[in-house]
Design a protein around this ligand. Structure first.
Ligand SMILES: [Mg+2]
Length: 361
């Protein structure tokens, strides 16, 4: 189980269609991928994904610089490995670029550990269930007209999703935001749940007013209504609404989640696998949220999050944004509105080596 070698590469995976997010046009998904090979010949892989090419090379360089520290360590000691990497980079961390650099290595170690034991990572982390409801989250950007939005939602419903999440926050009035939700409702009917992500665009007053209008329109969660740095306002919105506020994808440190949970600032803590620094710290945040009676969700990377979320008792739903599907032979199966843990060791995923070569830069 000892780590013999580690390869790190950057992949540029082009999108079929460009879209605009956060004022930027997005044409490719950038990956930093690590492949960990053990002395027994087991290969585990892990990656982070970004929409922006800036600093991808820098993150990859940092990952490459950290990798030799793991040679000779066992894949059965991910916690010890994580601490070693974090300590080595403690003058630029914790958080930030350091966590993004550690994450591909940590994720690859868990995959190699699972493949060595021939156990899915979901089972190794707790094995609560073998599937979890999933929502479609790709293709619902602000830039879409009402018709395009409705069409996108219809496509998701036809593909078997029973929940979708729209981006809101760009309309001038709360009624305008409700109009976007209604357009989707008309397209998909009552059998599909609707969530919204305001991507931190509102003031506190606006968030409460619009949040109430949206919950009356039937949405089941409101994500990032205000800035993630304003925990007090996040807690006020949480208190004012009946539906849960989901937030957390921008947080880098366990202590940030402690502060959010202590302030009662969320009903669903969203943990980003890259920002938090991989699976090892992800587990700590999920357990802490459980202690506060708060549910958890992931942010992107559904093929990996399906393992983490099915492992723990307080998971709510998997976000489906298939940014890495072109690198894989197959994504986990969608059945009856749920994402199913693939059989096989580790993540149960197989890289498409031709695609990996083609997209390497
Ligand atoms: Mg979000």
């Amino acid at each position: 189980m000892k780590i013999k070698s580690i390869d790190v590469r950057v992949l540029k995976v082009p999108l079929e269609k460009e879209y605009s997010a956060g004022g930027r046009s997005v044409g490719a998904n950038w990956h930093v991928m690590a492949e960990v090979t053990t002395e027994d010949g087991v290969v585990g892989f892990g990656y982070i994904v970004a929409l922006n090419h800036m600093f991808i090379g820098t993150v990859a360089a940092a990952t490459r610089e950290l990798a030799p520290l793991l040679i000779g360590m066992s894949v059965a000691e991910p916690e010890a490995a994580w601490r070693k990497l974090a300590k080595a980079g403690d003058w630029v961390g914790p958080g930030g670029l350091l966590h993004y650099a550690i994450a591909p290595l940590d994720i690859a170690i868990w995959d190699a550990f699972g493949k060595t034991l021939n156990l899915p990572v979901s089972k190794m982390l707790g094995g609560m269930r073998d599937r979890l409801p999933v929502y479609a989250s790709d293709g619902f950007w602000y830039s879409l007209s009402l018709d395009e939005l409705a069409e996108s939602a219809k496509r998701a419903a036809d593909a078997g999703f029973r929940a979708v999440k729209l981006r809101v926050g760009n309309e001038i009035t709360p009624e305008g935001e409700v109009g976007r939700v209604n357009a989707v409702r008309d397209a998909v009917g009552d059998g599909v749940s609707i969530m919204v992500d305001a991507t931190e665009t509102w003031t506190l007053t606006r968030a409460i007013r619009t949040g109430k209008a949206l919950q009356d329109a039937g949405v089941i969660w409101i994500e990032d209504p205000v800035s993630h740095t304003d925990v007090v306002s996040m807690a006020r919105v949480t208190e004012a609404l009946d539906v849960p506020v989901a937030t957390g994808e921008h947080l880098y440190q366990i202590a940030d989640f402690t502060r959010l949970l202590e302030a009662r600032g969320t009903g669903v803590a969203l943990i980003d696998l890259g920002r938090i620094g991989g699976i090892t710290p992800w587990r700590h945040v999920a357990s802490m949220a459980h202690g506060f009676g708060v549910q958890v969700g992931g942010h992107v990377l559904p093929e990996i999050h399906v393992h983490l979320l099915t492992a723990v008792p307080n998971a709510r739903v998997v976000e489906y944004v298939p940014r890495s599907s072109r690198l894989l032979r197959a994504m986990p199966e969608l059945a009856d509105g749920a994402l199913v843990v693939p059989p096989g060791g580790g993540f149960g995923l197989e890289l498409d080596q031709d695609a990996v070569r083609r997209f390497s830069v």
